[in-house]
Design a protein around this ligand. Structure first.
Ligand code: NAP
Length: 506
């Protein structure tokens, strides 16, 4: 039989989640791990999204690891290239390169219940065995392209925001932009000045707030470099403000009326045409979909070379794009800003658990995981940014770091239990966690605000967002409660007998 590399932990993905997990493993004194990355470099979604104008709408001092502060952030809201460079820097600073296996796209991970380890196969033909899998593939990794009749025969350039075609020169071209999410509203002002004509297909108008972006002055950077506690204080302030906003999203959506007024005046400043303003005004409560930040979007839409079609793209006929309302436009290129497979992540089809079924099958009725990490029937497998760990208004890095606390304690618990051992989340614990989350979800703006969004799955259930503060999530993920897990062991006398489950007193 071929000898395969066997590691204690396999981390899948090298975005914020994967690199964060790797740093945390080293901090815990664990060096027997690999990071399997499908691409040729690190960075995850911040590597893949290189569209013009790509930037983060969470301030840089909060959208970075607490253990790797960067006093040199150049802007309050950093651009993609700076965030990507930061992640490369993290990989170097924390000595992660030797653990990285680039161009290792995981095609299958299968739990071997006899040996109590995961068998992980990659597209390049290699196989790695791992006692524990930390799946950090992220929800924004697989682009979603709508199934549009006639698209395959379109003669011009077609690409998705997350797979930008940098060889396609849009100068002087007629461009159709599909979608009005966070990606599209950054792309529109970036390509409008060069396009001959830009036709925006808007299925649902977003709420857009002004974006207070500015250069971080040399004096500020000097201060953060020289007196690091000032950077920490800045981060703390940014965090605290966002924590205070949470209850309006989760319990009192009626309080968001004032925010709607600010967003409307943001629009009114640039959009003078009442017909266009009517098209752009949302009919649902602000916050129901992600609140977008831009001070350049509306001014771009007011330019004479832009047409807003208040309808989705329904069909392509030759080089003509056709909206659901029948509006037609002839174009040279189509750019899809249509989001990602979030509630139907393709990676779930590649995880095969203890009973031989896939995670995708197990999640058919909706994604669910104990404390956002563990799925029942998938021993020693955990996910970073799993179900119901997303945020509507703050930094995902806070949630990732909370999950890393959980991961570290999980590994400690395995050490304490000793021997060849695995933890499998009890279905009752997963169910009870999920019921509590869904109960709280009922009052939130994401469920009551009168919109559909990628937060909701095909069954209309919100399986993506955390209905609380980041502080609360950190508290509930500080330690692993062993009573929520079944302990699985291989009997000491190894023979053909299968692994056995052990009861642990709660
Ligand atoms: P998204 O928010 O899922 O937006 C997809 C857009 O495509 C929506 O406007 C959707 O319309 C539209 N759409 C889908 N099919 C369509 C069709 N046939 N015709 C017309 N429109 C269609 O995707 P995204 O903009 O890539 O953003 C995803 C997430 O990534 C964000 O919510 C955010 O978390 C993150 N992100 C963050 C930043 C940032 O920090 N600034 C930037 C980019 C992305 P409906 O609204 O009607 O469904």
């Amino acid at each position: 039989m071929a000898q395969h590399e066997h590691v204690r932990v396999a981390v899948i993905g090298s975005g914020f989640g994967g690199l964060g997990a790797a740093v945390r493993l080293r901090r815990e004194g664990i060096t027997d791990f690999v990071i399997l990355e499908r691409a040729g470099s690190v960075g995850g979604t911040w590597r893949d999204n290189s569209y013009p104008g790509c930037a983060c709408d969470v301030p840089s001092h909060l959208y970075s690891f607490s253990f790797a502060p960067n006093p040199e952030w150049p802007r309050t809201f950093s651009g993609q290239e700076h965030i990507r460079a930061y992640l490369e820097h993290v990989a170097d600073t924390f000595g992660l390169r030797p653990h990285l296996r680039l161009n290792h796209e995981v095609t299958m991970m299968r739990w071997d219940g006899d040996e109590l380890h995961w068998v992980i196969e990659s597209a390049n033909g290699s196989t790695v065995l791992a006692d524990v899998v930390v799946s950090a593939t992220g929800p924004l990794s697989d682009p979603k392209m709508p199934d549009i009749p006639g698209l395959a025969d379109f003669p011009g350039k077609v690409f998705h925001s997350a797979r930008w075609d940098h060889d396609a020169d849009l100068t002087g071209k007629r461009v159709a932009m599909i979608g009005t999410g966070a990606s599209a509203i950054q792309i529109v002002p970036s390509i409008q000045p060069k396009a001959a004509k830009l036709t925006l297909f808007q299925r649902t108008p977003p709420w857009v707030m002004p974006r207070m972006d500015r250069t971080i002055s040399g004096a500020e950077r000097w201060l953060h470099r020289t007196l690091p506690f000032t950077g920490t204080a800045r981060r703390g302030l940014l965090w605290g403000i966002r924590e205070l906003q949470v209850s309006a999203f989760t319990k009192h959506p009626d309080q968001l009326g004032l925010v709607e007024r600010i967003a409307k005046s943001n629009m009114a400043r640039s959009i003078k045409d009442p017909v266009l303003r009517a098209k752009l005004t949302p009919s649902y409560r602000i916050g129901c979909k992600r609140i977008l930040l831009s001070s350049a979007y509306y001014p771009a839409l007011a330019r004479p070379n832009v047409d807003v079609v208040a309808s989705g793209l329904a069909e392509v006929r030759g080089s003509t794009v056709v909206a659901s309302d029948g509006t037609e436009a002839e174009v040279d290129a189509i750019v899809f800003g249509t989001g990602f497979h979030v509630t139907d992540m393709p990676i779930a089809e590649r995880v095969v658990g203890a009973e031989g079924g896939t995670l995708a099958e197990s999640w058919k009725g909706g994604m669910q995981a104990l404390r956002g990490a563990s799925a029942a029937g998938f021993p020693n497998w955990m996910t970073i940014i799993g179900p119901n760990t997303g945020l509507g208004n703050s930094s995902m890095i806070l949630m990732i770091e909370a999950q890393l606390n959980y991961m570290a304690d999980y590994l400690r618990q395995l050490d304490v239990l000793g021997g060849r051992v695995a933890l499998d989340a009890r279905p009752s614990a997963v169910g009870s966690w999920n019921r509590r989350v869904q109960e709280r979800m009922k009052r939130t703006v994401w469920n009551t605000g009168g919109c559909t969004s990628w937060y909701l799955d095909a069954n209309g259930r919100n399986t993506t967002v955390w209905p609380g503060t980041t502080a609360e999530f950190r508290k509930v993920t500080r330690t692993v409660d062993l009573s929520e897990y079944q302990v699985v062991r291989v009997p000491a006398q190894r023979d053909a007998r299968p692994a056995v489950a052990e009861e642990v007193a709660g």
